[in-house]
Design a protein around this ligand. Structure first.
Ligand SMILES: [Zn+2]
Length: 400
């Protein structure tokens, strides 16, 4: 018995890796059995995190995952509809250190531009989307549709009906984004099937806290956080918790306009949910086993035989101020600081952040913080880029 790697001394147990898969777990595995032994005493070992809602590309919103993955523990990035049938090649032809899978946008043009991709229903071609999913079953695990005033124009929930038709035909879930009405968020929620996903579930713009949200939760619609630049409000999450609705998965909606704040990264987003009162064990499930099950992905566990996608975190207790998309501040009781991230047993190596795309507006504070990061790469691991007042995108609340 010779393992490639042994993570020794961490919680909940030692993890041995062989051939890119988890080969053994348990307390006190023999150190002599591994070619490389990493001492992770006092640290938390989790499955590599799965971020169910990100934007990897191509187009306006896309970001490069590898320069973020190595210092956040996120080994699976689900591209949530950046690509449609016409632009999917732009995603599939790129190679990544991390695993990138996709939810195909019901609109064939995807998110090549800022928004408005479903105003022309000619782009929401059910037959084309079905053919595209069937041709890429190894990379596409669901359908994404964005339902808000800007995206659909006068088309109401018709893009969602078409997304569900594709989901039915292909046996995959639909992820629906909710935002500014019309259509009303309740109309969107009432169409979703068990196993479908509503993202931006605690949006301060859509505010899904009425009877339709309770009905959706009861029939097994999965609530996904999808923080993004405007998709998360503490007071909405707190009202949902009062109603017995909990986020099933925690995702960043990380894209070119949320990565410099207010979302920043997945561990920071997890800290916000901890600040709302959810326990750490549940928060970790919401970024590992649950998103894997939601899409039928392997991974998300420390089971023997699973891919050796692993993350090692220092758990730092304290009082950490965190802000939502509307600058409401809460205090997290702890934060997770990533120490190492492995994909198929290979440690991801440090690399500089990508420069922002030319069309991204940044404040002076954001620019200064970015240049600090280029000088001191390790600072990436320990602090948010800027505080709430340093952000360029600040979303006013919808007034009804
Ligand atoms: Zn998104």
């Amino acid at each position: 018995m010779t393992w490639d790697l042994l993570l020794a001394g961490g919680e909940p147990f030692d993890v041995a890796v062989e051939g890119g898969r988890i080969a053994a777990t348990g307390k006190g595995l023999p150190r002599t059995g591994a070619r490389v032994v990493e001492d992770v005493g006092g640290l938390l070992v989790t499955p590599g995190l799965i971020d169910l809602h990100t934007h990897v590309g191509p187009g306006y919103w896309g970001i490069a995952p590898d320069p973020i993955a190595w210092h956040t523990g996120v080994t699976t990035w689900v591209d949530a509809g950046t690509a449609g049938a016409f632009t999917l090649d732009g995603l599939l032809r790129r190679s990544f250190d991390v695993r990138v899978v996709g939810l195909l946008n019901i609109s064939a043009v995807g998110l090549s531009g800022r928004t408005g991709e479903s105003r022309d229903l000619g782009n929401c071609d059910v037959a084309l989307a079905i053919d595209t999913v069937q041709a890429h079953r190894d990379r596409i695990f669901g359908i994404k549709v964005r339902i808000d005033r800007e995206t659909v124009g006068d088309n109401g929930v018709e893009p969602l009906r078409r997304a569900i038709a594709v989901g039915e035909a292909c046996g995959v879930p639909v992820m629906a984004h909710v935002g500014s009405a019309p259509p009303a968020v309740d109309e969107v929620l009432d169409l979703l099937r068990p196993g479908d996903i509503v993202t931006h579930c605690a949006s301060g713009i859509a505010s899904p806290v009425g009877p339709a949200a309770v009905r959706a939760g009861a029939r097994g619609v999965l609530f996904d956080l999808g923080h993004g630049s405007g998709g998360f409000a503490f007071d909405v999450l707190e009202r949902q918790l009062d109603l017995g609705l909990r986020p099933h998965t925690i995702s960043t909606d990380l894209h070119a306009r949320s990565v410099y704040g207010p979302a920043f990264d997945l561990p920071t987003t997890m800290a916000k949910v901890l600040a709302a009162g959810l326990p750490l064990a549940e928060v970790i499930e919401a970024v590992t086993v649950r998103p894997a099950a939601a899409l039928g992905l392997d991974g998300g566990t420390l089971d023997v035989g699973a891919p050796a996608d692993l993350a090692v975190f220092a758990v730092e207790p304290g009082a950490f101020e965190v802000a939502d998309a509307h600058l409401q501040v809460r205090t997290a009781p702890l934060r997770l600081v990533n120490v190492a991230t492995y994909r198929k047993g290979q440690k991801l190596t440090p690399r500089l952040p990508e420069p922002p795309a030319p069309w991204i507006p940044l404040t002076g504070a954001q620019r200064a913080a970015l240049s600090r990061r280029e000088r001191d790469l390790r600072a990436l691991l320990s602090q948010p880029l800027v505080g709430p007042d340093g952000l360029a995108d600040q979303f006013p609340r919808e007034t009804k």
